[in-house]
Write a protein that binds this ligand. Structure first.
Ligand SMILES: *Cc1c(COP(=O)(O)O)cnc(C)c1O
Length: 429
């Protein structure tokens, strides 16, 4: 029987199997017809505490019977107010910087990024109307970045096979080279030079580029990049969609660099990964540039489900978990367990370039044909799946980004399969 479902990032022409998952709990996915998979990638980077966390499930059930959905243009509800205040309370802050005091809701990481870009351009547009500055339009990006799959989000992301079909629609950006080890100063110099041309904003994934291959760069570079932007009045946009909610060892990655962005996008783990919600946080100058008695200056962006009450209730429950439980302690312990096992795996001759930040671990498989389009990644995925793991390598990069409830036995099982993958797929195999 063929299904009408068209899957994302999936080549239907290859007839690869599509596992059917019936239910999930913690780090485990239960397959229809029996069997389980350990969710090694947090169901594509969203699940934080674990699947079907009882507090989040209860909050969703409770809210669903009270208020499901409300127009958010000029109306409000308790869960949205609670989440907005909760986000402001935990956002990165510093004494010498404007706080992120305003919260704009949307539905996905891509839309949170679109909103961030529109806010930045809106800021410069409205300031120009007031004669306070020249208009600024250009966006700077970091090489190898990923910010989502809508047109604007693709425009600020790395160009490649995954967006070639739409290249005529993508707007032009200034690309700053990735700060590879030893080349940090070249990145900072390029940013300095680009900022002198008065761009509107610079958007970055703080500390680690996810889809770009789990590329890690040091906190001092992030800090210096933000400082350069501040010196040139270039808005600094942090895309914390993946890095947020503890993945890098702190609640937000920017904290490790003492950076307070002008605009910050969050999504994925904001509801613990249970239900879609996103938010774009902005500093007062961004908000004030849109606040006016003139209706023409309001921020023209909305989607039907903006601040959906059920999603906000899930996010409120997630925020309560962060306030009341030692989530960072759990993350530190898991990170340690991953680090020990990663070091052992790195001794395998098939692997190179082990790296880890918080509870994101990655390692490259030395294999003859390793490009993004090679069939290595899907073959690795199938190999892991037959052995009880949900993995999704990026080319020859195998990474783990598990839910924080993953226990030591499960970790052992995961790394045992990775050792076997090295035996089976390594260049020497
Ligand atoms: C996943 C991701 C996005 C897009 O989020 P969606 O919810 O999938 O639209 C944006 N930025 C980064 C850094 C991401 O990892």
């Amino acid at each position: 029987m063929t299904s009408p479902v068209w899957h994302p990032f999936f080549q239907h022409g290859l007839n690869e199997p599509i596992p059917h998952v019936e239910r999930a709990e913690g780090a485990l996915l239960h397959l229809a017809g029996g069997g389980t998979l350990i969710d090694c990638i947090a169901s594509w980077w969203v699940t934080t505490h674990g699947h079907c966390h009882p507090r989040i499930v209860a909050a969703i059930a409770d809210q669903a019977g009270k208020l499901d959905q409300l127009i958010f243009a000029g109306y409000t509800h308790g869960p949205a107010e609670e989440v907005a205040q909760g986000l402001v309370d935990i956002a990165p802050r510093a004494a010498n910087r404007d706080p992120l005091a305003h919260v704009f809701f949307s539905d996905s990481g891509s839309t949170a990024v679109e909103v961030a870009l529109k806010m930045a351009l809106g800021y410069w547009h409205n300031r120009a109307l007031d004669g306070l500055s020249e208009p600024r339009h250009r966006i700077l990006v970091l090489q190898h970045s990923y910010h989502g799959d809508t047109i604007g989000a693709m425009s600020v992301g790395e160009r490649g096979v995954y967006n070639a079909a739409w290249s005529p629609l993508l707007f032009d950006v200034g690309t700053i080279p990735f700060p590879h080890a030893g080349q940090e100063q070249a990145t900072l110099d390029a940013l300095e030079a680009a900022c002198a041309q008065k761009p509107a904003a610079f958007i970055v994934e703080p500390l680690i580029l996810g889809a770009g291959g789990m590329l890690i760069y040091p906190a001092h570079v992030l800090r210096e990049m933000a400082a350069i932007c501040a010196r040139h009045d270039v808005l600094f946009i942090a895309d914390e969609v993946m890095t947020g909610w503890g993945r890098t060892g702190t609640l937000f990655a920017c904290e490790q660099a003492g950076v307070v962005p002008d605009i910050m996008a969050v999504a994925k783990g904001i509801t613990g990964g249970a239900i879609p919600l996103a938010a774009t946080l902005a500093s007062p100058p961004i908000f004030e540039a849109h606040r006016s008695t003139d209706r023409a200056r309001l921020f023209y962006h909305s989607s039907s489900y903006t601040a959906n009450a059920i999603a906000c209730a899930a996010a409120a429950a997630n925020l309560a978990i962060w306030r009341e439980e030692d989530v960072l302690g759990r993350i530190a312990a898991l990170g340690q367990g991953m680090a020990q096992r990663l070091a052992r795996l790195a001794e395998h001759p098939a692997f190179a370039n082990p790296r880890q930040l918080g509870v994101i671990a990655a390692i490259d498989l030395i294999a003859p044909d390793a490009g993004y389009l090679s069939d290595l990644a899907p073959r690795l995925r199938a190999f892991a799946q037959e052995r009880g793991l949900l993995l999704r390598p990026l080319g020859n990069t195998i990474y783990l980004m598990p839910p924080y409830c993953l226990d030591a036995d499960q970790l052992d099982r995961v790394f045992a399969v990775l050792q076997k993958a090295g035996d089976a797929f390594g260049a020497s195999a």
